[in-house]
Design a protein around this ligand. Structure first.
Ligand code: XBP
Ligand code: MG
Length: 224
């Protein structure tokens, strides 16, 4: 195994409540009477990508909306909210252990590069580029999760095959994307995905801290 590939939202950290807050503040600032409560947001999260989510909501209302402008405002608000968030249990230890074992690290996420940067600064105290060797994020791919594109891009940029890495995810869409890219995937559901069915995770655990580090992963995921 040569690399670990991490999803961001819900995997590195529980960020979706902050995203929901940022969306609602952006709508209010734009003078829209939209408010996504937890139940509506949980449903909308089946649509990956903030712009796509806004567009879906507008379509549900039968109206058009300035999607790009609303999403840019939301991203600006979100990056200002992430100070003080914590990595999910087990993530810091896993990343440290991977580095010590000489593995490379990547991110494969639907969220924007700006959000990845803000989350890394808030949780690791360092820019994303000092933590991860490869950052595949947001609109760098046309088809978002559950399409495999962002994981295939991460593998290409790592210069390795899917047998040489393991993906870490919190959602069904993420598991489907990683599996479609040929990757084995460890799933630990988050607050907004706790209800989701198993869609083929190689390992379905309660918390990443159960993993016991890279050595355990190597034995659980022998080279194929
Ligand atoms: C989860 C997503 C993102 C976030 C919001 O990404 O689907 O859309 O909900 O972020 P991940 P944006 O693949 O990391 O789980 O508004 O920047 O899309
Ligand atoms: Mg996620």
């Amino acid at each position: 195994m040569k690399a670990l590939i991490f999803d961001v939202d819900g995997t590195l950290a529980e960020t979706e409540e902050l995203h929901r807050t940022a969306f609602n503040r952006a709508f209010a600032e734009a003078g829209l009477d939209w408010h996504w409560d937890r139940a509506r947001y949980c449903d909308l999260l089946t649509t990956t990508g903030g712009k796509e989510r806004i567009a879906r909501h507008a379509a549900d209302l039968g109206i058009t909306a300035p999607v790009a402008a609303l999403h840019a405002a939301k991203t600006q608000i979100f990056t200002g909210l992430v100070q003080g968030i914590a990595l999910r249990p087990g993530i810091a230890e896993l990343i440290d252990d991977a580095r010590q074992q000489g593995l490379r690290l990547a991110v494969a996420t639907t969220t924007t590069p700006a959000n990845v940067e803000a989350i890394c600064l808030a949780t690791f105290g360092k820019p994303a580029g000092e933590i991860f060797d490869v950052i595949a994020a947001g609109d760098v791919v046309a088809a978002k999760k559950p399409a495999p594109d962002v994981y295939l891009l991460a593998l290409r940029q790592l210069g390795i095959g899917p047998d040489e890495a393991v993906a870490f995810e919190d959602s069904a869409n993420g598991v489907l994307a990683a599996r479609a890219a040929g990757l084995r995937v460890v799933l630990s559901r988050g607050v907004y995905t706790r209800h989701e069915p198993d869609v083929g995770a190689t390992l379905d655990i309660g918390c990443f801290s159960e993993l016991g580090g890279v050595r355990t992963i190597r034995t659980s995921f022998p080279a194929r």
